[in-house]
Ligand binder design. Structure first.
Ligand SMILES: Nc1ncnc2c1ncn2[C@@H]1O[C@H](COP(=O)(O)OP(=O)(O)OP(=O)(O)O)[C@@H](O)[C@H]1O
Length: 787
């Protein structure tokens, strides 16, 4: 590199750093000043004279307290803003920028070349000159999208043309330029190599300096209602999509908050793994959850099938699962709910003191008295109103009943005081104390007040009314929550009639087969258990019955590992988040739950959107693993041609076939010692949780951590983890336990084996008992070593 360039760049960097330092000092001073004024407001508190003797005094005191509060909160806010700025600046000073581009806008008249520097956040000096641009600014797109020469980039006002004359990349550490080089490509391979050669950690990192052109498309897309990202394992789908969240928060700043962005993750462990990326980019995390959490949270009384149960114990026949997860079933539920508008809504009695207060026949009559234009939601709303009115009218009838009389007799002193609100507010003594009491009344709102009763009869009437109203409260709550709709009975009724709403033959199911299966669901439901598939059906039916409109506040929804969802689940999410734009990421080759059914998923889901508003991006270049590992893993798949390895060199995968499990254990320990010496994070991936537990029992728990539930945290060093929890994660070294026919013997395990093998970044080892899995038979022998 030309020495003069280094001198000039160092000068620019120093200038930028100085300006940042200056701004930091100014902001720190601002905080100090704000602190002082917060103190002085606090001081003023002592000057606020509490005048409580007269009415006007109280009003005056309240006003002056409010004024002080407002002043305080304004100052606290500006302090928080300044503190945030300090945090950003402190981070920026470490690495103010990572790239520079020189370009001229071909449409502008003067065509003067501009130079911009690109960093994690923008920075302007005290003369309002931009010294650094945010990587998400429209113009920064030039850096990611192309090389030298003519490029176009999107701005909110349309497409802009530019002529790029220089692209320079920097590595700055602690305020010093470590390396700098010019490149003609989009993102230089050298920089990417550098980023990919590092060690893995328990937290995913951002890829902001090396975003690839295809990934940039995903990140900056604002048009599509459905953005489909299909890509091989390790092609950076997750990485890109997290950058996308940061981009959207910037692009729509002021209008979009991180609470309006939801990411559905494959498991809780993965949530934990990615939760540093957005804070690293200076943004707050979006809402992260798993589908299981989303569904089970809504059904606290039912044990929804866990990930492990779904993976290891689901014995339902494939064709039945396929039917229940299909769009046909989604439409069947919709049609079934539609017919409830005319008849068949399952309704419960509203019970009071052991007897039906409003019978189900009466409720049903009310429910169906509204004309056919009413939708289910409106029907329910109108029924609720009527039931509430009936309930209020009922108070009068109940007042004279014996149980009320008895309850009055048995009131303790404390219960009596509570009912009449004694000792809370007393009015009528004299003018001054009445003024104070009235102010209290206002503050208490419509709270209970002490009462003077004109007669004993009036007192009894008052008490009776209180007692009846209180005992009817649970009923009022039931009405508000629509508990008179019998969802369990309705769900069962649907299942028993579902075959009138979808074609059993299309799924190769007989009517007896279906009805027998329905009985197993009913048995499970009685034991308060539901599979995840059935839970989704149940929730959708419930939402239709109650006229739920979904969460309209959510603007962007991301679904990672979409291949493990059923079309039904996706349609349900679309229904539940009607205002959200969807970004879905998937690799059909990693479908470990839905297996072959995943192939139709994309078409099914797309059919729910306007075709004009669907975009698809395919990522074929992989980044996670070395060339050797990627070449090996792609042959595990029969159709892995579309996977291009990044040219990063490493050892070939090793397959050890050993005589017995105890020999495997010895080999495993040798491998672990080796990896520990290299400071590698290592995952020993077993197929099931049982395998993981048994293996952990035989290994020294000091050196390996057993991860058996998604609620654990990823640990440094070596871990043992069952296959279905390793989804989405990556490790320096992966050891596959029992890579033989006992665990991976069937063709249907191909995707699972591919998924676990593709977790490895630098080293991959397979331990097999007696003979390696037959799924390796098609992998060319030169791609791995056998020992
Ligand atoms: N442009 C990039 N620059 C640097 N690193 C990248 C880039 N893209 C991806 N990576 C890295 O490649 C690895 C794999 O990325 P990621 O986990 O996002 O892939 P994925 O497609 O979601 O994989 P999987 O389907 O297996 O979960 C990560 O370590 C990520 O940081």
């Amino acid at each position: 590199m030309d020495n003069q360039i280094k001198i000039d760049e160092t000068q620019y960097l120093d200038g930028t750093l100085q300006a940042m330092e200056k701004s930091l000092v100014a902001t720190a001073a601002e905080i100090k000043q704000t602190n002082k004024s917060i103190d002085s407001v606090a001081q003023n508190w002592s000057d606020v004279r509490l005048k409580t003797d007269t009415y006007s005094g109280i009003v005056e005191t309240a006003a002056s307290i409010r004024q002080q509060q407002q002043m305080l909160s304004e100052r606290e806010n500006s302090k928080t803003r300044a503190e945030r700025r300090v945090a950003t600046l402190t981070k920026q000073i470490e690495k103010p920028y990572f790239a520079r581009i020189d370009f001229s806008e071909t449409t502008s008249q003067d065509r003067e070349a501009e130079t911009i520097y690109i960093g994690l956040g923008s920075f302007s000096n005290d003369k309002n000159q931009f010294l650094v641009y945010d990587w998400r600014a429209p113009v920064a797109s030039i850096y990611y999208d192309g090389g030298i020469g003519k490029v176009s980039y999107l701005t909110p006002d349309g497409t802009q043309q530019a002529n790029v004359t220089l692209k320079r990349q920097f590595q700055i550490e602690d305020g010093v330029i470590v390396t700098l080089f010019d490149t003609e490509e989009a993102i230089g391979d050298a920089m990417l190599m550098n980023a990919l050669s590092g060690e893995s950690s328990t937290k995913m990192k951002s890829i902001v300096t090396t975003i690839q052109k295809e990934q940039n498309k995903i990140i900056r897309n604002t048009e599509a209602d459905l953005l489909f990202v299909q890509g091989a394992a390790g092609s950076g789908k997750t990485a890109a999509v997290l950058q996308r969240v940061a981009y959207l928060l910037y692009r729509y700043r002021g209008k979009l908050t991180s609470g309006q962005v939801v990411l559905f993750s494959p498991n809780q462990l993965f949530n934990d793994y990615i939760d540093n990326v957005l804070p690293e980019l200076g943004e707050q995390n979006m809402v992260q959850m798993t589908f299981y959490q989303y569904a089970s949270r809504r059904l606290p009384k039912i044990a929804v099938e866990t990930l492990q149960e779904r993976f290891e114990h689901d014995k339902t026949a494939d064709n039945i699962n396929r039917a229940k997860g299909s769009l046909a079933m989604f439409h069947a539920v919709t049609a079934y709910a539609e017919h409830l508008n005319q008849t068949d809504m399952k309704i419960r009695n509203l019970m009071f003191r052991g007897e039906p207060l409003i019978s189900k026949a009466r409720i049903s009559e009310i429910y169906y008295q509204y004309n056919e234009n009413y939708k289910l939601g409106q029907r329910l709303e109108a029924t609720r109103d009527t039931l509430m009115r009936i309930l209020s009218a009922h108070i009068g009838q109940e007042l004279r009943k014996d149980w009320v009389e008895l309850a009055i007799e048995n009131l303790s002193k404390q219960e009596y005081d509570e009912l009449v609100g004694a000792g809370q507010v007393r009015v009528g003594d004299n003018e001054e104390s009445d003024a104070a009491a009235r102010t209290r009344q206002v503050q208490l709102g419509e709270g209970p007040k002490e009462r003077e009763f004109a007669s004993e009869k009036a007192e009894r009437h008052f008490l009776a009314k209180q007692i009846v109203t209180q005992s009817l409260k649970p009923l009022a709550r039931q009405i508000r929550r629509a508990n008179f709709l019998n969802i369990n009975a309705q769900f069962i009724d649907f299942l028993r009639h579902a075959h009138h709403y979808f074609d059993l033959k299309a799924f190769n199911i007989t009517e007896t087969g279906w009805l027998a299966h329905v009985e197993t669901i009913i048995t499970a439901l009685k034991q308060k258990q539901l599979s995840l598939t059935d839970t989704t059906l149940y929730l959708y039916l419930y939402d239709l019955m109650t006229g739920k409109k979904g969460e309209r506040d959510i603007r962007f929804l991301f679904i990672d590992e979409i291949q493990d969802y059923t079309p039904f689940q996706l349609a349900f999410l679309k229904f539940s988040f009607p205002k959200a734009k969807f970004t879905v990421l998937g690799d059909l080759n990693q479908a470990i739950f839905t297996k072959d059914n995943a192939t139709r998923l994309q078409d099914d889901f797309s059919s729910l959107f306007d075709p004009e508003r669907i975009e698809q991006v395919k990522l074929t270049q992989t980044y996670r693993s070395t060339q050797q590992i990627t070449d090996f893993t792609k042959y595990i798949l029969r159709d892995g041609q579309d996977i291009d390895a990044f040219n990063r060199d490493g050892d070939k995968p090793m397959v050890y076939t050993l005589l017995s499990e105890s020999d495997m254990l010895v080999k495993l320990q040798q491998q672990l010692t080796q990896h520990t010496l290299n400071h590698d994070t290592t995952a020993i991936i077993t197929k099931t949780r049982d395998d993981a537990q048994q293996l952990a029992a035989q290994l020294d728990s000091q050196s390996v951590t057993l991860i058996q539930s998604e609620n654990q945290r990823l640990a440094k060093g070596a871990i043992i983890v069952p296959s279905y929890l390793a989804k989405g994660l990556e490790f320096d070294a992966v050891i596959i336990w029992h890579a033989d026919n006992t665990r991976y013997g069937d063709d249907s395990e191909r995707r699972l084996l591919y998924t676990v093998a593709s977790r490895a970044m630098h080293t991959l080892t397979l331990l097999a008992e007696k003979r390696a899995t037959q799924l390796l038979d098609d992998v060319p022998a030169h791609l791995y070593e056998v020992n």
